[in-house]
Design a protein around this ligand. Structure first.
Ligand SMILES: Nc1ncnc2c1ncn2[C@@H]1O[C@H](COP(=O)(O)OP(=O)(O)OP(=O)(O)O)[C@@H](O)[C@H]1O
Ligand SMILES: [Zn+2]
Length: 315
């Protein structure tokens, strides 16, 4: 499975993940921009993305999710309220804009012309880049008032930004995440998570992707983050479906099944029909990682993929 690359004399060989990226760029499936983790996608790549999205829609239809789509930006206010900067300051991306007059504009251009830092001419915008697809939905659902009996499943999908530049093609700075989010009683959310662990496993098998479901934690920042990660593992709040993509030794999380407990209802008043604090949880699909996994295991030409895989994917 590893792409062994023969490096010219004196050069260090590429890591397996970097070699897989080189193969994807060579084949034109990913289009380079000069920035690690930021790529264009070819028509073939996007056909697989569309098929995956449709396959996920069929897979989740039994839960009758409410579909919502948001642009990949969050209000700064909701972002600050979400606590993301407490856990993941290193991954967040904020947006700055020029708000000056013509004189400021001239000074900014002069500054850029000198190759100097022009951030003094930029003001924080009232929006930030979405780090996970589900973030926009909680304030929206909370504003509706208490949930109906039985709670709610929301189907959401977004481009997401995380500042984690890498030569591993699976670790992108801008990528697509699809989620089904369950909001309801603790029992409803746990049942949903457990159902998705089984459903997700059966789906990956139909897609011909080898995987292992493993207990995991979010990449919390710093020393306090270590404690949060340990707590998350102790309570078994996060499971990842790990698929070998760039490397066999370090398989890639292509899906995750998560319990958030009352994390979001402590921030936004999400309440169940009987007035209790709602619990939330989600299944998250890394659409780009799943696409790269399919190319890795079945080759770069989807028309020649095994019939069973094509049937599972294209319906
Ligand atoms: N940088 C990224 N590039 C591409 N896909 C990503 C990236 N980060 C996360 N994803 C996808 O989004 C899904 C849901 O995000 P989640 O927050 O659970 O990931 P994560 O635990 O941060 O991932 P990892 O453990 O690889 O850092 C992941 O299972 C993965 O498939
Ligand atoms: Zn989520």
């Amino acid at each position: 499975m590893t792409h062994e690359t023969l490096a010219p004399e004196g050069e260090t060989p590429l890591s397996p993940a970097a070699a897989y990226r080189a193969a994807l760029l060579d084949a034109g499936l990913l289009i380079p921009t000069g920035v690690d983790g930021l790529y264009g996608r070819s028509e073939t790549y996007e056909q697989v993305v569309t098929a995956l999205e449709q396959s996920i829609t069929r897979l989740s239809a039994a839960d009758r999710p409410e579909q919502m789509r948001f642009p990949p930006l969050l209000s700064r206010q909701d972002f600050l309220a979400s606590g993301y900067l407490k856990g993941f300051p290193h991954l967040a991306g904020t947006i700055s804009c020029f708000c000056g007059n013509e004189a400021d504009h001239r000074r900014m251009l002069a500054c850029i012309g000198e190759g100097e830092d022009f951030s003094q001419f930029q003001q924080p915008a009232d929006v930030v880049v979405t780090p996970a697809a589900c973030y926009p939905i909680y304030p929206v659902i909370a504003r509706r008032g208490p949930l109906q009996a039985g709670g709610l499943v929301v189907d959401v999908s977004s481009w997401c930004f995380r500042h984690e530049p890498s030569v591993d093609p699976c670790r992108m700075q801008m990528f697509r995440m699809r989620e089904n989010v369950r909001i309801g009683t603790p029992d409803e959310v746990v049942a949903f998570r457990n159902r998705w662990l089984e459903r997700g496993a059966a789906w990956l098998e139909r897609l011909g992707l080898p995987f292992e479901a493993a207990l995991a934690n979010d990449p919390f920042f710093g020393r306090a983050g270590k404690l949060m990660a340990d707590g998350q593992r102790d309570q078994e709040l996060k499971f990842e479906m790990l698929v070998p993509v760039g490397s066999v030794e370090e398989p890639t999380a292509c899906m995750s099944c998560n319990l958030h407990m009352t994390h979001f209802s402590e921030i936004w008043p999400l309440t169940t029909a009987d007035g209790a604090m709602a619990h939330t949880g989600c299944v998250a699909f890394g659409i780009d990682r799943l696409t790269l996994a399919l190319f890795r295991h079945h080759g770069f030409t989807p028309t020649s993929w095994p019939a069973a895989v094509r049937a599972a994917l294209f319906g």
